[in-house]
Design a binder for this molecule. Structure first.
Ligand code: C2E
Ligand code: MG
Ligand code: MG
Ligand code: MG
Length: 282
C-alpha cells in the first residue's frame, strides 16, 4: 500500500526529503508495481521546424497514471527512481515503448523522429548499447529516427568512457542530443570532441529571452551549434515573440506550449492531421 502523509493523500517522492532513504524500499516497491501493472504512459510533445512548417519529431515524456492520484509528472518520481536500480527497468520500458510507438507511426506514414530522455544510470549501464540494439531489432524502428537525450552533466562525466559509449550508440544509427545545454558545467574544448548530433536550448533561457543576458546566452549556443555543425532545438517556446526572436537568431527547430503540449497518442495523431508535412505550424 502506498504511503499516506496526513495533509495530502500521498507522499510526494522528492529527492532530498528526509524520509526518502528510509522509505526507499516502499517507493521502489510502488514503482516496481506500477511497472508491472503497466501504469506508466508516454506522452509526446511535438517538435516543429518553422523553416518548412513541418511537425518533424516528438519527445517522449513519461507520466505515471496512478490509480488514485491520477496523472503524475516525472518530476514527482523520476529523481527517486534514479536513486535506485528501478530506474533501469523503467528506462528500458520507456525506450521500448517509444520505439514501438515510433514504428507504429512510421507504418501509418507519420514519419517523425522520436526523442527519448536517458537517465544518468541508464547511460552508464554497461548493457545500454546491447539493450538498444535488441529493442531496435525487436520493434523494427528505424534507428535513424531515434534520438537519445542526455544531460550535460552525464555527457561531461568520465570523458573517455562517454565518448566510447556515444560512438557505439551512433554506430547503431541512433542520434544523440544534449538536453538543457548551458545549465551545467560544460567544457567547450571537450564538447567539440563529443560525438553528438544536437544541442537543446533549455526552457529557462527561452522563457526569458527578453532579458539581455539570456538573449546573449541563447545567441552563443546558436553560434556554437552552427560552428560545431550540430543540430539545434529550442525548448519551452511559449509565445509568438519568443518563436519569432529564435527564428531571427537562426534557430528554427522548436518545441513548447505555444506549438503543442505533451499529448497522448490520439491527440498527437490529430495534431499530425493538421500539422503534418503539408500542414501549418500552429
Ligand atoms: P526535459 O527532457 O527537458 O523535458 C521538457 C520538459 O518541459 C517536459 O516536462 C515538458 O512537458 C516541459 N515543457 C515543454 N514545453 C514547455 C513550455 O512551453 N513551458 C513549460 N513551462 N514547460 C514545457 P515533463 O514532462 O514534466 O518532464 C520533466 C523532465 O523529466 C524532463 O525534462 C526529463 O528530464 C525528465 N523526463 C521526462 N520523461 C522522462 C523519461 O522517460 N526518462 C527520463 N530519464 N527522464 C524523463
Ligand atoms: Mg528532454
Ligand atoms: Mg530539456
Ligand atoms: Mg530537463
Amino acid at each position: 500500500e502506498s504511503k499516506r502523509n496526513g495533509k495530502n493523500q500521498f507522499t510526494i517522492y522528492e529527492k532530498g526529503m528526509e524520509q526518502v532513504s528510509a522509505d526507499q524500499l516502499v517507493i521502489e516497491n510502488d514503482l516496481r508495481r506500477a511497472l508491472e501493472k503497466n501504469e506508466f504512459v508516454l506522452h509526446y510533445q511535438p517538435q516543429f521546424n518553422t523553416l518548412n512548417q513541418q511537425l518533424y519529431g516528438v519527445e517522449a515524456l513519461i507520466r505515471w497514471q496512478h490509480p488514485r492520484l491520477g496523472l503524475v509528472a516525472p518530476g514527482q518520481f523520476m529523481a527517486v527512481a534514479e536513486e535506485s536500480s528501478i530506474i533501469l527497468p523503467i528506462g528500458e520500458w520507456v525506450v521500448r515503448e517509444a520505439c514501438r510507438q515510433g514504428k507504429t507511426w512510421h507504418d501509418k506514414g507519420m514519419i517523425v523522429t522520436m526523442s527519448v530522455n536517458l537517465s544518468p544510470k541508464q547511460f552508464q549501464s554497461p548493457c545500454l548499447v546491447e539493450l538498444l540494439s535488441e529493442i531496435l531489432e525487436e520493434t523494427q524502428f528505424d534507428p535513424n529516427y531515434l534520438v537519445l537525450e542526455i544531460t550535460e552533466a552525464v555527457a561531461m562525466n568520465h570523458i573517455e568512457k562517454t565518448i566510447d559509449t556515444l560512438t557505439q550508440i551512433r554506430s547503431l544509427g541512433v542520434q544523440i542530443s544534449i538536453d538543457d545545454f548551458g545549465t551545467g558545467h560544460s567544457s567547450l574544448a571537450y564538447l567539440a570532441k563529443l560525438p553528438i548530433d544536437a544541442l537543446k536550448i533549455p526552457r529557462e533561457f527561452v522563457n526569458e529571452l527578453g532579458v539581455e543576458t539570456n538573449k546573449a546566452i541563447v545567441h552563443t549556443i546558436i553560434t556554437l551549434a552552427s560552428n560545431l555543425k550540430l543540430g539545434l532545438v529550442a525548448e519551452g517556446v511559449e509565445t509568438t515573440s519568443q518563436k519569432n526572436l529564435l527564428q531571427t537568431m537562426g534557430c528554427y527547430k522548436m518545441q513548447g506550449y505555444l506549438l503543442g503540449k505533451p499529448a497522448t497518442v490520439e491527440e498527437l495523431e490529430n495534431e499530425w492531421a493538421v500539422c503534418g508535412p503539408r500542414g501549418q505550424v500552429p
